[in-house]
Design a protein around this ligand. Sequence first.
Ligand code: NAG
Ligand code: NAG
Ligand code: NAG
Ligand code: NAG
Length: 192
Amino acid sequence: MASRKTFNQFSVLLILLMNCFAFLVQCGRPHNTEGEDLVTATCKHTLHFEVCNSSLRSVPSSSITSDLRVLVEIALNLSTTYAVVTLSCVHELQSNSSAAINIYVSHFLRDCEEEFSGAIENLQDSKEALANGDCDGVDTLVFVAMSDAETCEDDFKDMSSEGNYSTSPLTQHNRYFSELCSNALAITKLLT
Ligand SMILES: *[C@@H]1O[C@H](CO)[C@@H](O)[C@H](O)[C@H]1NC(C)=O
Ligand SMILES: *[C@@H]1O[C@H](CO)[C@@H](O)[C@H](O)[C@H]1NC(C)=O
Ligand SMILES: *[C@@H]1O[C@H](CO)[C@@H](O)[C@H](O)[C@H]1NC(C)=O
Ligand SMILES: *[C@@H]1O[C@H](CO)[C@@H](O)[C@H](O)[C@H]1NC(C)=O
């Protein structure tokens, strides 16, 4: 009887140990399943996976880092760079006399110029917030930058109701910029 009881206790212990082991295997790598690297695992938490995956991978250091903070910094850098690209697109449109000749278009471009200049400042500040470990600050600043692009797009809609315009010359830029910012916000959330 005694040895049987010991055997039962041993079985129970063994089963418990096996469960613990299975649990550890599952929980030890919360964001990572077989064969996935950090970029793929991280991008699965964003709303725009393809944009996240391709933009992060355009920066080689994203593939070698195991630090989520580095991915956040890269995401903020990508958003900043694209805001700069969009601002120079605005300047190009402004210097194009046939596009700028219309009073509605030139108002719209001037507003978008202000919005993207503001977005660039906010994104630069968000990198300082990240360096200071202030995730809430990053969140707020990126959200404001993202709203700027939406304002630029809405300005055009207001204008097009008065004019003859169906598509904004900045729609693609505004959309891609919003997606980059949305991804940066989602990746920042993983830090907290
Ligand atoms: C992520 O991007 C890389 C390179 O652009 C591509 O090879 C890979 O298939 C993408 N991953 C997924 C899950 O789509
Ligand atoms: C982000 O951009 C800054 C300024 O261009 C650069 O110094 C830094 O190395 C970049 N960070 C990453 C993680 O690539
Ligand atoms: C200038 O604007 C006109 C009218 O919007 C457009 O057809 C033309 O492609 C633009 N040129 C440049 C260089 O952007
Ligand atoms: C809309 O188009 C018509 C015809 O091309 C033009 O006469 C009118 O001035 C345009 N309206 C605006 C607000 O540009």
